[in-house]
Design a protein around this ligand. Structure first.
Ligand code: FES
Ligand SMILES: [Fe+2]
Length: 372
């Protein structure tokens, strides 16, 4: 096979143009994880989210605050300044800002000039997660908060981790909607050869996309064999539901059971992972993870073992997606084309949805600007 003919390439480019990618504008009107609860403290934390520099801290009463990380006087970073009580004193000329981002003192002026300030961002704390709304403040809709209430439920034993991904969040969503990569990218960790070829179903709705894959009977990889006790050859069923739920949340739920036991009295083991991608820049992502299980919930050593094993797997995704981003970066647009196969269907649906949302948001913004 040589380079495909021009007609084929044009067709693949047309298909790709309907999908989000690194060049697609960010979706601002959505909730993303800004940080885990323990990361925000009385120390000023700098973090870039959706291409914007932010500074995050807690008030003396413990409330989390997020402001633009730029002094509107001469653009000194507030994150390199001083937290004094519940205010930040800019490290350059000492302008003081409150938790709303209002300038409340200018040392060189007897009276603080009115109207100087920075944007503050709405945050919602939910267990380990601190959500942020980067979009239009008037549209910050708490009913749209992605549902990860289970992470606060004692029925589930959970652990949290963070990875910095040198790639677009779009490609992370794609990766998560595509379970065929488990047998290969994770071939040495938790992918088994039967995973890529096992039957799957899809549920493609307007804004939720799911892939359900049943692998049975199968031999469980070490992480699940150790934790469920199902260590035998072809002993287990492994049924995974992988679901795009929001730009900031993809959830994977897996059920395991022993295929040799009757359905009425066999125990089921459930694990769940909230993958929480927050775009940092067009080509980098804060990859937050909360993983939980509903069995052997009291066993801390098992929690540590599973956490370490899982994060090693997600490191493989970070490695692979980083390489992919690098290759895309080095490929000219003339030369760039990607083919899809039927198993890519759910990932394509999610990427089209992200593109449509980004386009709609841009259009609404343009209309607002024209009307102003
Ligand atoms: S740059 Fe912040 S006070 Fe001047
Ligand atoms: Fe993966």
């Amino acid at each position: 096979m040589t380079r495909p003919n021009e007609r084929t390439i044009i067709a693949t480019k047309a298909a790709s143009s309907r999908m989000a990618d690194r060049d697609t504008p960010f979706i601002f009107n959505a909730w993303y994880i800004a940080a885990f609860d323990h990361e925000i403290s009385r120390e000023l934390l700098q973090r870039t989210i959706l291409g914007k520099r932010l500074v995050l801290f807690r008030t003396q009463a413990g409330k989390a605050v997020a402001l633009d990380d730029r002094c509107p006087h001469r653009s000194f970073p507030l994150s390199s300044s001083t937290l004094d009580g519940d205010t930040i004193i800019c490290g350059y000329h000492g302008f003081r800002y409150d938790t709303e981002g209002n300038c409340i003192n200018v040392p060189s002026a007897k009276v603080c000039p009115k109207g100087i300030g920075n944007r503050s961002y709405k945050l919602i704390e939910q267990g380990k997660a601190i959500w942020i709304w980067m979009g239009n403040p008037d549209e910050a809709d708490e009913s749209q908060l992605p549902d990860i209430a289970w992470t606060c439920d004692s029925h589930w034993k959970s652990s949290a981790g963070y990875l910095h991904l040198p790639g677009s969040y779009v490609r992370l969503h794609e990766n998560l909607m595509d379970l065929t990569h488990l047998s290969f990218l994770h071939g040495n960790s938790f992918g088994t050869p039967d995973y890529a070829t096992s039957p799957f179903e899809t549920e493609l709705n307007d804004d939720r996309f799911a892939l359900i894959r049943s692998v049975k009977p199968t031999t469980l990889p070490k992480i699940w064999a150790e934790s469920t006790g199902m260590k035998g050859e072809l002993q287990a069923a492994r049924i995974a539901r992988s679901e795009f739920l929001a730009p900031g949340l993809h959830q994977v739920s897996v059920t395991f059971y022993d295929v040799h036991l009757a359905a009425e009295n066999r125990p089921e083991f459930h694990i769940r992972t909230a993958h929480l991608p927050t775009p940092e820049t067009a080509t980098s992502t804060h990859y937050f993870v909360i993983h939980g299980r509903d069995f052997v919930t009291q066993d801390q050593a098992m929690t540590d073992f599973m956490h370490q094993q899982l994060m090693a797997v997600f490191e493989e995704d970070v490695w692979g997606l980083g390489l992919q981003e690098e290759v895309i970066r080095q490929t000219s647009s003339d030369e760039f084309y990607e083919f899809s196969v039927p198993a890519d269907g759910p990932a394509i649906a999610a990427r089209r949805y992200l593109k449509q949302r980004a386009d709609d948001e841009q259009e609404a913004k343009n209309n607002r600007q024209q009307n102003d």
